[in-house]
Design a binder for this molecule. Structure first.
Ligand SMILES: Cc1ncc(COP(=O)(O)O)c(C=O)c1O
Length: 382
């Protein structure tokens, strides 16, 4: 407890009057990330790109940190893209499709992981949206929707609305057995929950840095399994993706044989310095400890609300293997908007999602603050 309080004080600079339960949307940065951005800006202002080799060193370190985070076999499988949506588009519009093929997704996906597949309807590709509520298990429902023309399954590891966590290893094994590609939007997992691309047989994984990874918007990790990389036709071109990237006089068009081929132009160096700092913090604490703390928070909120079941309906699955850092609930006798407005008035920062109020504290959220937020919920009268 003492350790945690000290850690919170030293590593975060959040206004103590704000109860921030919105990491599933956009997270506040740690102090070291704020400082890394300030230092990068100051250096740039004073020296321009004089120290570019040092920036490249930070970029290389970031790739290694990302590799560690997701347990990729090699940094060569990691590209730095703009956001989750861009990475999904690289996959959807890179794969070869035939009319009559289909893609399986869930009916709970964030728009980015729906619209990109639906856009393939111009090629005769069907997107199958599977309802997750009616089946015995969500994994069984997703697998049941697959057939001989299914080319790819694309799911969020944790659903943005109700916080449902899928069993990725089961889904990955099912895809592998059927020779179906497995694509995971991991933005609601990375930094909150342990993630292993090899254990879950992922072919493609993408996640922007601005949620549980505690970094700015606009820099995302894109993992592409080496063995499927050549299946993606490239749709964007530029100097940075070339095999001989530093040789501006070369007339070669040969692209890198690594995931750098997906990075067409200049990198987001500012974002790289920020994500590098945030990920440093996360890896120092360790994902096992962070995950435990995140799950403890969710359990704490679930227990509190379960004790007020006559007033609030919990929309997040209660079993610990079925959720991560998101807890969504709604008042039974009034609109969720009214509760949300009351919480905002009292500086409890959260979100309205899936017809309810979504709380998403991170590992560093003080327990006392979480309790204050829950007390506010309790005090609210419609
Ligand atoms: C599941 C999921 N995917 C994707 C995104 C956003 O993606 P992008 O990085 O493209 O902004 C969100 C944001 O809320 C999300 O919850």
């Amino acid at each position: 407890m003492m350790y945690k309080q000290a850690m919170q004080a030293a590593e975060f600079c959040l206004d103590p009057d704000t109860i921030y339960l919105n990491h599933a949307a956009v997270a506040p940065w740690p102090v070291r990330t704020v400082e890394a951005v300030q230092a990068f800006a100051a250096e740039n202002g004073r020296h321009g790109a004089t120290h570019y080799p040092a920036w490249l060193h930070t970029e290389a370190q970031l790739r290694e940190r990302l590799r560690t985070l997701i347990n990729a076999a090699s940094v060569d499988e990691i590209a730095l893209l703009k956001n989750t949506s861009e990475a999904l588009s690289v996959v959807a519009w890179g794969l070869p499709w035939s009319a009559g093929d289909n893609v399986v997704i869930s009916d709970r996906e964030f728009p980015s992981n729906r619209v990109v597949w639906e856009s393939l309807d111009t090629l005769g590709v069907e997107t199958r949206r599977v309802g997750l509520d009616s089946a015995d298990t969500p994994e069984a429902a997703l697998v049941a929707a697959m057939d001989a023309r299914t080319r790819l399954l694309s799911v969020s590891s944790v659903q943005f609305g109700n916080g449902l966590r899928l069993d990725l290893e089961t889904l990955g094994a099912a895809c592998r057995a059927r020779d179906i590609l497995f694509c995971i939007d991991a933005i609601q997992s990375l930094g909150a929950h342990r993630f292993d691309v090899q254990a879950c047989h992922a072919d493609f994984v993408m996640a922007d840095g601005h949620k549980w990874l505690l970094a700015p918007e606009g820099l995302a990790v894109f993992y592409c399994r080496q063995s499927v990389m050549n299946r993606l036709t490239l749709r964007q071109y530029g100097w940075h993706m070339l095999a001989e990237t530093g040789d501006y006089d070369s007339s070669s068009r040969t692209v890198a044989d690594t995931a750098r081929r997906f990075e067409c132009g200049s990198p987001n160096m500012l974002g790289i310095h920020a994500l590098h700092a945030s990920l440093g913090l996360i890896l120092e604490h360790g994902m096992e400890r962070i995950e435990q703390r995140v799950l403890d928070n969710t359990r704490y909120m679930l227990d509190f609300l379960a004790g007020r079941a006559e007033r609030f309906e919990i929309l997040t699955p209660p079993a610990s293997e079925r959720h991560a850092g998101i807890l969504t609930f709604r008042p039974r006798h009034a609109p969720a908007q009214a509760l949300f407005d009351w919480l905002h008035e009292h500086r409890v920062i959260c979100a309205l999602r899936a017809g309810g109020v979504r709380f998403s504290p991170h590992y560093h959220t003080p327990r006392a603050q979480l309790q204050q937020a829950l007390d506010r919920v309790d005090q609210w009268r419609a």
